[in-house]
Design a binder for this molecule. Structure first.
Ligand code: AMP
Ligand code: GLY
Length: 430
């Protein structure tokens, strides 16, 4: 088979790495890729958002399966376009991708289909007065979310009413998220610990991959600014077998049934972002794609041919309902450019990549890297995802292994968190 992967981050490197292990794959292409992906796939210089350009390429090369990493091409309708041309593609249609593309849609959908989530109301810019009144009626903290895609920045957690009114002003009047903030959701704050679960689905049946936990804040102890994710580990002990059963039955199954019933059958990877509260798991957000950096820890634990699962899902006939997972843990530590998620410099030469990757059961996934002649340099905020796979279910040892590899890598300004996985270790000790 010929596979085309779309995207250029650590998630896409992990996808290409897993795809490469499939016995049915002959060639892998990646648009636009990065310096790490170039070792596994032929790099295609087409932007992930140029869906017409990607279609033309896929037709020319007779690609057998296209796998979409980021959300933008999905919410733009790449799946509909490919299917209209008779091409196989793994991902949801434009209508189904609205589960991520519109928070108002996702919340109303969850209410309609009794899927556990935070209480909420939605408002348009024309209803600003009502939104302000609502803010004054409900207890703090208050969560305010822009409806549309806002590169992970569209959520404000407000500890005071003043902050909430200010957030409304920024979205409605100052339009800091542009059209994405024309409609908003105001919701109840959920206390608990977060975790992610991915379901690969053909629209009816699904398999779940290992649970995982991301670390969104830039500083140790979950302090500082929000980022795209500074590291992850899997499985997440907070997601017990009992909680996972609830997630499958009350959230994933209900979502797939509801989407089919509403004429938006959901195929592809459904990312369920959860808050594990005292009253059970509740949905914080849906994403219409694999998560980043969770994919870097979840795929190494899958003991099956990912390509077969994705091909069957894309064809609407998944043949399994239970994925075989390795009985071990994995940990990914992200090394970022100094200054990220604010301003940072790029084009810094990266040293130690080979030494780190030569450690047993360590894979260095590239996120923001590129070639400058024949040396690899930084090209983004999140630069690398150093991932260790355990020999057994001993999270502490897997964390140590990941950090031993991280310490072998240097570049000017390199920064990483030193507590990835600690929450999991603490929970296992309870
Ligand atoms: P999102 O951009 O939707 O991933 O949200 C960013 C982060 O905001 C999430 O990862 C949570 O940590 C937090 N968050 C979102 N909604 C809520 C909520 N209702 N209660 C508590 N935290 C939330
Ligand atoms: N890890 C968060 C995301 O992929 O959206």
């Amino acid at each position: 088979m010929k596979i085309l992967v779309i995207g250029s981050g650590g998630r896409e490197h992990a996808l290409a790495w897993k795809i490469k292990q499939s016995p049915i794959v002959r060639e892998i292409y990646c648009a636009p890729g990065n310096a790490g992906i170039a070792a596994l796939a032929e790099i295609v210089p087409i932007s992930a958002n140029d869906i017409d350009g990607i279609l033309e390429f896929a037709k020319k090369k007779s690609i057998d399966l296209t796998v979409v990493g980021p959300e933008q091409p999905l919410t733009d309708g790449i799946v509909d376009l490919f299917e209209a041309h008779g091409l196989k593609i793994f991902g949801p249609s434009k209508l189904a991708a609205e589960l991520e593309g519109s928070k108002v849609f996702a919340k109303q959908f969850m209410r309609k289909h009794h899927i556990p989530t935070a209480e909420f109301r939605s408002f348009s810019a024309a209803e600003r007065f009502d939104a302000e009144r609502y803010v004054n009626e409900i207890p703090v903290p208050i969560v305010i979310k822009a409806d549309g895609l806002a590169a992970g920045k569209g959520v404000s957690i407000c500890d005071t009413k003043e902050q909430a009114l200010e957030a409304l002003d920024q979205m409605f009047a100052k339009k800091i998220f542009g059209d994405a903030g024309t409609n908003i959701v105001i919701e109840e704050f959920l206390a608990g610990e977060e975790a992610s679960v991915f379901a690969l689905t053909d629209g009816k049946e699904f398999v779940v991959l290992s649970s995982a936990q991301d670390h969104k804040r830039i500083l140790d102890g979950d302090r500082g600014k929000n980022t795209g994710g500074m590291g992850a580990y899997a499985p997440a002990p907070i997601v017990t077998e009992e909680i996972l059963q609830k997630v499958k039955r009350d959230i994933i199954r209900q979502t797939l049934l509801g989407m089919a019933k509403d004429g938006r059958p959901y195929k592809g990877c459904l990312y369920v972002g959860l808050m594990i509260t005292e009253t059970g798991p509740k949905v914080i957000e849906f994403n219409c794609r694999f998560g980043d950096p969770e994919t870097q820890v979840v795929l190494p634990l899958l003991d099956e041919d990912l390509v077969r699962i994705m091909f069957e899902a894309a064809s609407g006939k998944l043949s399994t309902t239970k994925a075989i997972l390795k009985d071990t843990s994995s940990v990914c530590v992200v090394i970022a450019s100094g200054g990220y998620p604010g301003n940072y410099e790029t084009d810094k030469q990266i040293f130690g990549l080979e030494a780190a990757a030569s450690e047993k059961d360590v894979v260095v996934f590239h996120a923001g890297t590129k070639y400058n002649k024949d040396i690899i340099v930084t090209s983004g905020g999140r630069v690398l995802g150093v991932t260790a796979i355990g020999e057994q279910l001993n999270l502490e040892r897997t964390i140590d292994k990941a950090y031993r590899a991280v310490e072998k890598i240097t570049f000017d300004g390199a920064y990483y968190r030193s507590d990835i996985g600690k929450k999991g270790v603490d929970r296992l000790k309870q």
